[in-house]
Design a protein around this ligand. Structure first.
Ligand SMILES: O=C(O)CCC(=O)C(=O)O
Ligand SMILES: [Fe+2]
Length: 205
């Protein structure tokens, strides 16, 4: 993925910086996924191995939200969940990220110089719903420009993501999602307008 990434960028200095950002955030995501594996009662490297994270697909979004004269009539980014396993979000210190909790939109004012970590759809599928992908959106404001950088870390594109057999072959839980390749899932999400958790609903059993 790294080589493809470099080609999109405008100059050598940007590409080096972005490549380093891509590699380092990939490392952070892998560490978090080790802890998440353990929290599910699986071996620390379970997710890393079954999702083939050596070939992890990363997508880097830079979002630019200029001031809006009527923010109550506009939406920066509509409600959605992210398609990968984990997304790492950072921004220029201006609030605007909201997540849905108990049916209410809640402002998330991340601590400066920190990452906001979103659970994304592939982790919901793999964990058979034990982790839920987070429904979120971005709102705009009248006064200042907001910028956010979002690195979505996914499995390898050719991986068929299923609920982990260890979590469903226990005589209690049934698989709650159909398996499809991450590539197919990702393409569905990219070719449809953002619509809550509508794409995940398509593979829910
Ligand atoms: O701008 C934000 O804070 C969120 C952006 C986002 O959710 C995304 O790019 O997927
Ligand atoms: Fe998002």
């Amino acid at each position: 993925m790294a080589n493809k990434f470099v080609r999109w960028l405008c100059c050598n200095c940007c590409s080096e910086l972005s490549l380093e950002y891509c590699e380092r955030t990939r490392g952070v995501a892998r560490e978090l996924l080790k802890a998440i594996s353990e929290s599910l009662g699986l071996k620390p490297f379970y997710i890393e191995k079954v999702m083939n994270l050596d070939n992890s697909y990363q997508m880097f979004n830079a979002n630019f939200y200029p001031p809006c004269p009527q923010p109550e009539l506009a939406m920066g980014l509509p409600p959605h969940s992210d398609h990968g396993l984990l997304s790492l979000v950072t921004h220029n210190g201006i609030g605007g990220f909201q997540l849905q909790h108990n049916g209410m939109w809640v402002n998330v004012n991340a601590i400066p110089n920190s990452f906001l970590v979103n659970i994304a759809d592939q982790l919901e599928v793999l964990s058979n719903g034990k982790y839920k992908s987070i429904l979120h959106r971005a709102v705009v404001n009248k006064k200042v420009t907001r910028i956010s950088l979002v690195m979505t870390n996914g499995p390898s594109l050719d991986k068929i993501v299923n609920p982990a057999p260890e979590l469903v072959n226990n005589g209690i839980d049934q698989p709650a999602y159909h398996g499809i390749t991450y590539k197919e899932y990702f393409q569905w999400q990219q070719s449809n307008s953002l619509d809550g958790k509508g794409i995940l609903d398509r593979i829910r059993i």
